[in-house]
Design a protein around this ligand. Sequence first.
Ligand SMILES: NC(=O)c1ccc[n+]([C@@H]2O[C@H](COP(=O)([O-])OP(=O)(O)OC[C@H]3O[C@@H](n4cnc5c(N)ncnc54)[C@H](O)[C@@H]3O)[C@@H](O)[C@H]2O)c1
Length: 311
Amino acid sequence: MDYVITGGAGYIGGHIVDSLAEGNNVTVIDDLSSGHHTNPNATLLKVDLSNGKAIDEVRLERGCTMLHLAANPNVRTSMLDVRRHFEQDVTGTLNALELARRHDASKFVFASSSVVYGEARKVPTPEKYRTKPVSNYGLFKLFGEELVERYSTDYGIKAVSLRLANVIGGRTSHGIIPDFMEKLRSNPARLEILGDGKQRKSYVYINDVIHAVTLLSGKTRMRHTRVNVGSDDSISVDEIAEIICKKMGLSPEYAYKNNLNGRGWKGDVRVMLLDNKKLRGLGWSPEKSSREAVETAVNDLLHGSTIAGKQ
Ligand SMILES: NC(=O)c1ccc[n+]([C@@H]2O[C@H](COP(=O)([O-])OP(=O)(O)OC[C@H]3O[C@@H](n4cnc5c(N)ncnc54)[C@H](O)[C@@H]3O)[C@@H](O)[C@H]2O)c1
């Protein structure tokens, strides 16, 4: 099969490329702005997706399956550098959809996020629950979903938007786990924690996400559908800190910072847990709980594994 994977040099995209590159024809579109992963069996096109002119020059296999993961996933900077985030996350998605339209893509899979729900009162949160993002990153993901919906309705592109929980595993370069590990390496006696440590969120292991992506990219009858992808439970920031400290053999003092009613930064969501029934109905279930995902991801990172779950 022909796959085009935007953001394929990044964390999640890189793992998906590795799982598909043997036996498929894989093309990666990435500007290498943050990701640098390469796979010898995949072709890399170094292109900025927010640059419409450069995208007009790109030629792909007709009928390819497009997995669109390129974006800037940093919630915090989305509140500061708004225009750049809009270009990367919204214009980038529009241009990816244009590529899909021009090349009659057989399927378009969009990496959206749980943050589209904002501070949900209904937990676990089902897909039909209202969307009310509290960060620009979340708003731009919602814009992206709406663009996907239009292209699916107007141009008949079969599409799915995956509302991903926090994805973790080997090679994670951003998010709470590498952040805590880096802080502890530079000062083993003190761990700075953003927020009150009681924030509770769902963490899903990278292999469960790869399974969801490959399953859904193969379902050909779907017009646009929005699907939650998370583990079935959540874990608190304090519990994650404990797991990491234990595995690193450290007992630092915890220093809580930036307590915005418990949140760690503007745009942070305090509680996140997704209702996975819809995806379960399509034949998927997570192999790991949030705790198991965190423990395995910490092992992956401590032992320098380049393949999730393998050492
Ligand atoms: N990591 C998570 O926990 C998580 C959770 C929910 C949703 N997502 C979404 O999943 C996708 C992948 O996330 P990730 O964690 O792998 O992020 P990442 O930063 O590791 O990967 C993103 C990739 O996109 C590339 N990129 C960014 N802007 C680009 C542009 N304009 N043109 C071409 N390439 C560009 C970067 O160079 C990078 O390789 C993103 O869309 C993100 O919003 C991630």
